[in-house]
Structures are given as C-alpha cells and as structure tokens.
Design a protein around this ligand. Structure first.
Ligand SMILES: Cc1cc2nc3c(=O)[nH]c(=O)nc-3n(C[C@H](O)[C@H](O)[C@H](O)COP(=O)(O)OP(=O)(O)OC[C@H]3O[C@@H](n4cnc5c(N)ncnc54)[C@H](O)[C@@H]3O)c2cc1C
Length: 382
C-alpha cells in the first residue's frame, strides 16, 4: 500500500522486529490483490454510505471468513484475527486503497466484543459463532423519539414478569433494523428511576411477537434507518449484559469498545479517491479545485497520523476525549471532501448520494455539538 502513514504493527507499538511488520503488510497486500475481483472493487468504489451492497458484503465477507480475517479485533480464541490496533489500522487503510467493499458489521465491531468482555459463557456460545458466520445481524436500539443526545432520558419500559422482561415503547433511527435478526438495546426497568439509573442492557431477538419495524425514508430516497415499536414483547431477563439497573454502565462500555474498534482513515481515503476521480473526469480541472484537493489530501494525511498515534495509545489523553477529537475531525473532513466532489461533478448521482450520506455523519454516534461539549469539559470548561 502506497502513501500510508507507517506505524509499527505489533501490539502497543513495540515491534518485535521490523521484518514482522513488513511480513504482515506484505501478507495483507498480497491477499487483497488476489481476493478482490473487479466486481468487488467496483462495489467498493460505488459505496456512498457505511456499508457496501448486501451482495458485495456477502461475497467479501465469505473471503475474509475463509482467511480468518472477518473479525480483526477479536481474540483468536473466539475466532478473530487477534490483530493489534496498528495492524487493524493498516488493514482498513489497505482495504480502502484497494477499493474493497465496506462491511461495517455491528455484530463484529460492537456487540461481539462486548459479549467477549462481559457476556456469560452461554451468551458467548450462542451469539459469537453466528456473528462470525454472518447468520446473525445486529442493530443498535438506543435512540428514542425524546432521547437522542440526551440518551439517558430514554423511556422504553422493561417490566419484570417471572423469568422475562416485557418491553413496551419504541426506538428510532435504528440503522439496518430491516435486516437485523437481533438488537441490543437499553430499557428502563425501574419506572421510578431517571437518567442513567434503573436501566437494563438487553439482547433481543427481532422476531419476537410484538416487534414492528417501520422504515424511515431519507430526503435522498435512501432507506437505512427505522423506527422499532415494542408492544408487550416478552424477552428473557437472562439475556442481559451487566446488572439489572446497571445498563448505563454497560452502554458506556459498548460505546468505548465501538470507538476503539473503528478506524476512520479508511473512509476518508476512499472519499479522497472519489474526489480525485471526480476532478480527473473533468478533463482540464481548474487550479482552485486542484489546490483544494491537495489541501484535503494533506488533512487526510495529518488525520491518519493522529489516528495511528491514538491507536497505539500515544496521544497522551484519556480515551473519551481522544475519540471525540477523532470523530469530530474525521466527520467534518469527510464532509469537506464530499463538498469538493459535488463541486467537481454537480450532476453525478454518486457525488450527490455521497454528499447526503456524509451529512448524517455529524449526527450519528453523537452530534458534533455533543462531542464539542465533551471536549470543553475535558479541558475544564464549566
Ligand atoms: C443516519 C443515522 C443513523 C443512526 N443510527 C442509529 C442507530 O443505529 N441506533 C441508534 O440508537 N441511534 C441512531 N441514530 C440516532 C442518533 O444517535 C441521534 O440522531 C443523535 O444522537 C442525535 O439525537 P437527536 O436526533 O434526538 O437530536 P437532538 O438530541 O434532539 O439534537 C438536536 C440538535 O440539538 C443539538 N444539541 C442537543 N443537545 C445539545 C447540547 N447539550 N449542547 C449543544 N447542542 C445540543 C444537537 O447537536 C442537534 O444539532 C442515527 C442517526 C442518524 C442520522
């Protein structure tokens, strides 16, 4: 892979030998070169959101599974690749450079690692293998109509009845719930509680009677998010992670895992390559566009250096503010790149779809304002 900010791939940044890192990179490059067909590369290039087409994801997922690389962050004991943070970063960037499809599986990136860290042995046995095989797909049921940025205001009710909880209420903006076999969600199990107290973190099968998924269509016609309605849905109380009443702590742990699992330079590299193509297709592009492209390329390179240092714990700040810095910089830079795409190719369907898709990036996983608040608090503002 050319032009990559090089970090040592061995765990904690302490490379045993430079040749180990070199061997890892060569192995990844050779695999991608051989495994990515023209169709898969095309699907990767055409992706405007966080996931490639389902067909491309299935095909690419199968190849990664056979190679043992479907779950880069999972320990090998659970069927993962067992890679260090720096190795994962290299892999994500190499996939971006080679136009691999984007998988972005919630099971592999968020709930799987949480179950590995906190789940019971029964949950590990029941849930981890079907996540790896692709049989189970998960969605995240956190936001509600009156609980987005202020998530702890959520009110989905979980009433205890024998060995079950009975769920009543709704969730909103749930990405890919239309394909999900399971959802992990937060519900209020103590009706007298408020804020982060009295919550439970549950693993729920989507085909339970009383669950109804309704699509939300975006302004550009895309369909990715949903409302989920729960009408007295019975679900086993044993299918929770963490203590009854301690759901908020579990949710915070899940978010920390999700952030540490996600590397975003790959997405920026893909967007930059799309902008380069859009400018190149113009023929004799004007010098303002070229200079804008060069400056965005420089910013991606700087972001990559920052993300690489964060991945191996070298930023010297706590994980929470450092992930807010990365989220803010990456999503706002992503938007700037897609603005250049639109300027270069205003009538391109791809440029328009990508522009709309990245508008949402400064809303989901915490809005830019919320992350700025976190940073303000981290530097001691009242
Ligand atoms: C494409 C997309 C996919 C999503 N996928 C999921 C999903 O899979 N699962 C899930 O649970 N949720 C999902 N969400 C929901 C997302 O997490 C929320 O939209 C987000 O947290 C914001 O909440 P809200 O929409 O209720 O806006 P609000 O919280 O009502 O915010 C409205 C505006 O007020 C600002 N604001 C709010 N509070 C403050 C404050 N204290 N200081 C300054 N400004 C503030 C916000 O920044 C925003 O600009 C998704 C959202 C989108 C757009």
């Amino acid at each position: 892979m050319d032009g990559c900010f090089q970090v040592e791939c061995s765990e904690g940044g302490q490379s045993d030998t430079a040749s180990d890192d070199e061997a890892f990179r060569s192995e990844v490059d050779a695999f991608l070169e051989a495994a990515l067909t023209d169709e898969l590369r095309e699907a990767g290039r055409e992706t405007t959101g966080l996931k490639s087409s389902r067909m491309a994801c299935a095909d690419w997922g199968d190849k990664l599974r056979k190679r043992g690389w479907i779950a880069p962050s999972w320990p090998t004991a659970y069927g993962g690749a067992g890679w260090s943070a720096a190795q994962r970063l290299y892999f994500e960037n190499a996939c971006a450079e080679q136009d691999a499809p984007i998988l972005m599986s919630s099971g592999i990136r968020t709930i799987g690692p949480l179950i590995i860290a906190e789940g019971s042995s029964d949950q590990k046995a029941r849930y981890l293998p079907p996540i790896l095989s692709g049989e189970h797909e998960w969605c995240q049921g956190f936001s509600e109509p009156h609980a987005g940025s202020d998530l702890s205001a959520l009110s989905l009710r979980a009433e205890r009845d024998g060995d079950d909880f009975v769920l009543t209420g709704s969730k909103i903006w749930t990405s890919f719930a239309q394909h999900a076999t399971h959802t992990f969600l937060l519900a209020r199990c103590d009706p007298k509680s408020s804020k982060g107290d009295g919550l439970v973190f549950l693993l729920v099968e989507m085909d339970r009677p009383g669950i109804n998924v309704r699509p939300i269509k975006f302004i550009d016609g895309e369909y990715e998010t949903n409302e989920i309605f729960f009408d007295r849905v019975r679900t086993p109380a044993a299918d929770r992670v963490g203590d009854i009443g301690g759901g908020w702590r579990t949710a915070k742990q899940l978010m920390a895992i999700a952030r540490s699992n996600n590397t975003t330079t790959g997405l920026l590299r893909r967007a930059l390559r799309a902008a380069q193509r859009a400018v190149a297709e113009q023929g004799d592009a004007d010098s303002d566009l070229m200079s804008c492209l060069a400056s965005l390329g420089q910013r991606v390179h700087e972001f990559e250096a920052l993300e690489a240092r964060a991945a191996i714990g070298q930023l010297g700040v706590e994980p929470a503010p450092s992930s807010s810095v990365l989220k803010l910089l990456a999503t706002e830079l992503h938007q700037a790149i897609t603005e250049l795409c639109i300027e270069s190719a205003p009538y391109s369907d791809f440029a328009q779809a990508k522009y709309f898709a990245t508008r949402a990036a400064t809303i989901y996983s915490g809005t830019s304002e919320v992350h700025r608040n976190i940073l303000a608090r981290a530097i001691g503002c009242p």
